[in-house]
Ligand binder design. Structure first.
Ligand code: PRP
Length: 220
């Protein structure tokens, strides 16, 4: 197989890399993390699996796949719902589970009626839609990180952010007020590639589906 025929898979750097790599290792016997680690190269080929992996910031994976620079990618549902894309989403990978939520300082008094809460977040769209749906005229304060410190410094009354273990909230004296979105990572596929490489992509999706843990059903 020539390198031009490899299917390019965009894998996110950071917290999803390890779990994504384990899935590919179990499904196809190749680990993007092992192929990419210890090198500054941002692309690594696995010709035996017909794949090329590229290492991309989590927030950029959807752009690479939507524009066809990669045919396949792994993206958190938070990213996909914050900025909707024209992508095929065939599979919930069941990894990277976390929650987008509204948090406020523990013991904070209720806001007086009619006062627009100041909400610090990097999820500008999700937060705006959440408060609009409740009829609450929130003032959204855009931040890029360290969101949890904003209330204690008087910058915001509440935050909208992701939480996984809850450690960061606890350490900053915050408690969850409402859940906005349950998140897990999704496999995304470029729509044109799906037609051009239908059979190979169908097999790749099938191999990953076979190793994804079935969703946990809640007891009735
Ligand atoms: C996220 C989020 C919180 C933290 C929550 O940040 O913004 O700060 O994880 O995790 P916990 O509930 O397990 O404590 P991330 O590490 O993804 O980095 P970021 O701040 O750059 O977004």
């Amino acid at each position: 197989m020539t390198t031009a025929e490899l299917i390019t898979v965009a894998v996110p750097k950071g917290r999803l890399l390890e779990e994504s790599s384990l899935l590919f290792e179990r499904a196809l016997g190749v680990s993007p993390r092992k192929l990419l680690e210890g090198t500054r190269k941002l692309a690594a080929d696995a010709p035996e699996a017909g794949l090329r992996f590229i290492s991309i910031r989590a927030a950029d994976v959807a752009s690479y796949v939507e524009h066809g620079a990669a045919q396949v990618g792994i993206v958190g549902l938070d990213v996909l719902r914050e900025e909707p894309r024209d992508l095929y989403e065939p599979l919930d990978l069941g990894i990277g589970r976390c929650t987008v939520m509204v948090a406020r300082p523990k013991d904070a008094p209720p806001l007086p009626r009619g006062v627009a809460p100041r909400v610090a977040t990097k999820y500008l769209s999700l937060a705006a839609r959440h408060f609009a749906a409740k009829g609450v005229p929130a003032e959204i304060i855009p931040l890029h990180g360290s969101i949890e410190v904003a209330p204690s410094l008087g910058l915001a009354d509440a935050i909208v952010d992701i939480t996984e273990t809850g450690e960061t909230l606890r350490a900053n004296g915050l408690v969850i007020e409402e859940e906005v979105l349950q998140v897990s990572a999704r496999l995304v596929v470029n729509r044109v590639a799906l037609k051009l490489h239908a059979e190979r992509l169908r097999r790749l999706i099938g191999a990953l589906r076979a190793v994804v843990a079935p969703p946990v059903r809640k007891a009735r």
